[in-house]
Design a protein around this ligand. Structure first.
Ligand SMILES: Nc1ncnc2c1ncn2[C@@H]1O[C@H](COP(=O)(O)OP(=O)(O)OP(=O)(O)O)[C@@H](O)[C@H]1O
Ligand SMILES: [Mg+2]
Length: 279
């Protein structure tokens, strides 16, 4: 469980609070999507969960963050990294090896994964991320999207209890993005891995995440189950978050009093809702 209690944070060289009075609980096995405009504090929030704040980035810190019952202040970054895996927004800063398989091997060896298990972890993870064929490639020759998949594979291979991902599909086409989300769902359901993902593709979030958190100017504006947050599509649009058209349609039909108020998150559901109304 991740518990964030009234967290306010200002970077040492920041001119305003990057996070303002954030309170949020993420249960074990949760799958939380975080959205919000640029500068809202999404990356800062992830860094407050993985311990980079306060251990690496210093600043004015009020409130408390605990992971698995332990205050992040009391755990070293090394201890934290055993609990929480992070796929960073800036993937180049994350890669330390020249060849794809070494990137995975490096982390697995550092984490003390038994030798006999390492080979199957590398093979399975590369396959699940869809880059089995890239195993022996030089990372510097890969496309942005391929590098992004390597960065995801390197962290996922470690099977952290909690997985944080910061816009991991930014360089990926729709098919690869969906593949990554399907893999995250499998990790979440099969291993109970807690997934917290910052993502602009709200359509994918609404389909795969269990809960949504919406941030703006350092504040948590909405938080709850996906459908209940999407019920605020008017406010979300005003904030620059474009909701799926089926969501906007659901809210418009609700506002006009012609539906019973359900929020549809895909075309099939919307079709059923419209048919019901037409009957
Ligand atoms: N290292 C830093 N030092 C000082 N200020 C920072 C630092 N990193 C971020 N900030 C500031 O903190 C605020 C939140 O930034 P953050 O990167 O968390 O936003 P974000 O929601 O992740 O944005 P984006 O969608 O562009 O990635 C912004 O005002 C930003 O300028
Ligand atoms: Mg960010």
């Amino acid at each position: 469980m991740i518990v964030i209690d009234d967290l306010t944070f200002q970077y040492e060289d920041g001119d305003q609070n990057a996070l303002r009075n954030i309170s949020l609980k993420i249960p074990d096995g949760g799958f939380l999507g975080i959205i919000g405009p640029s500068g809202a504090g999404k990356t800062t929030l992830l860094n407050a969960i993985n311990g980079i704040i306060p251990h690496h980035y210093k600043g004015a810190y009020y409130g408390c963050v605990s992971v698995e019952g332990k205050d992040t202040f009391d755990l070293s970054l090394t201890d934290m990294s055993l609990l929480v895996g992070t796929v960073f927004q800036d993937i180049d800063s994350q890669m330390v090896n020249a060849v794809v398989e070494d990137e995975l091997l490096y982390g697995l060896e550092n984490f003390g994964v038994p030798r006999e298990e390492i080979e199957s972890r590398i093979e399975n993870t590369l396959r699940e991320v869809g880059i089995g064929d890239l195993r022996h490639r030089d990372i510097s020759t890969l496309s942005g999207g391929q590098k992004q998949k390597v960065a995801i594979a390197a962290i996922v291979a470690l099977r952290p209890k909690i997985l944080l991902l910061d816009e991991p599909t930014g360089e990926l086409d729709p098919v690869s993005s969906r593949q990554i989300f399907s893999m995250l769902r499998k990790l979440n359901e099969r291993y109970g891995m807690t997934v917290v993902i910052v993502e602009q593709k709200i359509m994918l979030l609404s389909e795969f995440a269990k809960d949504l958190a919406v941030m703006k100017s350092g504040r948590l504006v909405f938080h709850g189950p996906v459908r209940s947050v999407l019920g605020h599509s008017g406010e979300l649009t005003e904030m620059g978050v474009n909701c799926p058209r089926v969501v906007t349609l659901s809210n418009a039909m609700k506002a006009a009093g012609i539906s019973s108020g359900e929020i549809c998150i895909n075309v099939d559901e919307a079709e059923q809702m419209v048919r019901k109304v037409l009957q």
